[in-house]
Design a protein around this ligand. Structure first.
Ligand code: PXG
Length: 443
């Protein structure tokens, strides 16, 4: 037995918090102890309006009855089934429902446990797909500046958020990046898609010419970049990327970890923009954030390229202990049913104008330099304090929490992505409170 004294339950030292200012947090903890509908409850009994759907994942809001029931029943019925060489009914059911929800031509779903794992899975499938077809010279992966594709090595290699990369060594080789599309000088305060910037997709032609297009396996982008501050694709940009990829036989991967499951007002951004990638990476809203789960959706052509060797052989040497975990599948099925029952995956389109009007009413408030929106997502960009980037937005986050709303900041950008069940009065409350916070900022 350990001789160490028992750590008191309210001792905050042991837990090393992810993507958190640990020391700041532990001096003034913000503890959530309950959640229902649009609200969190704090440890001091306050109700907090959720302006971020947790971390962009609780798209149906919190404590949704069908999801709760599905998990409870699954725990009673079967806790775990081996993921390799064995199956269970719900994983097939969920895969079918997912490809039915996705636009054509997505026909197959590979399950993972997170967005990061889905990204790695898609990148590996892309490389292996080319190799299976005798094009093993296609080893390069192209991402984009300011892209976020999770935190594993493939994802940070193709990703373009500097602090997420620079401490972690050499990363993957054979990676290059497109320029990001954020251009406030030309596009500030655009509602929906910006007019300017489609030509930035042509940089892919330059990169292809530089390396040889026949060496490029895949391009991965977020159709709308979320974590890096809600960067909406310029009109025509995604179409142009698709054309160039097709021309050179390069696979296009959409990372829809944030845009998937209704955020833009359609089930997936691919359908919303009517641009079909070759793979869709998703997670978060797949299970409403309740149980970790991600997926990669592929076309029939990609899947079938692997189905060639002897039939007793494993076709793809990849997978996780918890791929298609029964509890996660139950949560996923309960989630998709909730979305369908309540029309949530298109609700963002119905509320988009109201949301945009509310958000853009913040124009002119202190420090605001840009506002962007699409579906039920929005960003308010603040002028950084000179020499202290991120401090102003973080100050706003703390004030907002005190005033009863949960917002998210990245750099000096405030990002909003409420659950899709939000009512108009709650939009007014969220944006009204944020307005008060911005007016009252003393930094
Ligand atoms: N791709 C994209 C586009 C994401 O947004 C991931 C991959 C990684 O997913 P996992 O499940 O491994 O975290 C993400 C995750 C934020 C924020 O506030 C964004 C994410 C996660 C946490 C916070 O912007 N996105």
């Amino acid at each position: 037995m350990s001789t160490r004294s028992t750590v008191a339950p309210n001792d905050l030292r042991a837990f090393w918090m992810p993507f958190t200012a640990n020391r700041q947090f532990k001096q003034a903890p913000r503890m959530l102890v309950g959640a229902e509908g649009m609200h969190y409850t704090t440890s001091d009994g306050r109700q907090i309006l959720d302006g971020t759907a947790g971390l962009w994942c609780c798209n149906a809001g919190h404590k949704r009855p069908k999801i709760v029931k599905a998990i409870q029943e699954q725990a009673e019925e079967m806790d775990y089934a081996p993921a390799f060489q064995m199956g269970h009914p719900k994983v097939f059911e969920l895969a079918n429902k997912l490809v039915d929800l996705a636009p054509y031509p997505f026909e197959h779903a590979f399950f993972t446990n997170s967005g990061s794992e889905s990204v790695e899975t898609a990148l590996k499938i892309a490389l292996a797909y080319h190799r299976a077809r005798g094009e093993g010279q296609r080893f390069r992966l192209i991402g984009r500046e300011r892209g976020y594709h999770g935190v594993n090595f493939g994802g940070i290699s193709v990703g373009g958020i500097v602090p997420n990369r620079k401490m972690f060594g050499t990363l993957l080789t054979g990676v290059d990046h497109l320029p990001h599309t954020h251009d406030p000088a030309r596009n500030a305060y655009t509602r929906g898609q910006p007019e300017h910037g489609a030509e930035l997709a042509d940089e892919l032609e330059r990169i292809a010419a530089l390396h040889g297009p026949e060496t490029i396996a895949a391009v991965i982008v977020e159709p709308m970049a979320g974590s890096t501050g809600v960067l909406i694709p310029p009109k025509g940009y995604l179409q142009r990327l698709r054309q160039i990829c097709t021309k050179h036989g390069i696979l296009l991967i959409f990372d829809e970890v944030i845009t998937g499951f209704g955020r833009l007002g359609a089930p997936f951004a691919a359908g919303f923009f009517d641009v079909m990638p070759d793979m869709i990476v998703c997670a978060k809203g797949l299970t409403n954030g309740v149980i970790p789960m991600g997926a990669v959706l592929t076309t029939g052509a990609i899947h079938d390229a692997f189905m060639t060797g002897p039939e007793h052989m494993i076709e793809l040497f990849h997978g996780y202990t918890y791929s298609g975990n029964p509890m996660a599948c139950a949560a996923g099925l309960g989630t998709l049913e909730t979305y369908a029952d309540e029309g949530l995956l298109t609700r963002g389109a119905e509320l988009a104008d109201y949301w945009a009007d509310a958000l853009h009413s913040l124009r002119g408030l202190p420090h605001v330099i840009d506002i962007r929106n699409m579906g039920l997502i929005g960003a308010v960009e603040l002028e950084p304090i000179e020499g202290a980037p991120t401090q102003r937005a973080f100050g706003a986050f703390l004030k907002a929490f005190e005033k009863g709303i949960l917002i998210r900041t990245t750099g000096d950008i405030i990002a909003l992505s409420p659950p899709l069940i939000i009512e108009k009065a709650q939009i007014d409350q969220l944006i009204g409170t944020l307005g008060e916070v911005l007016r009252g900022l003393d930094i």
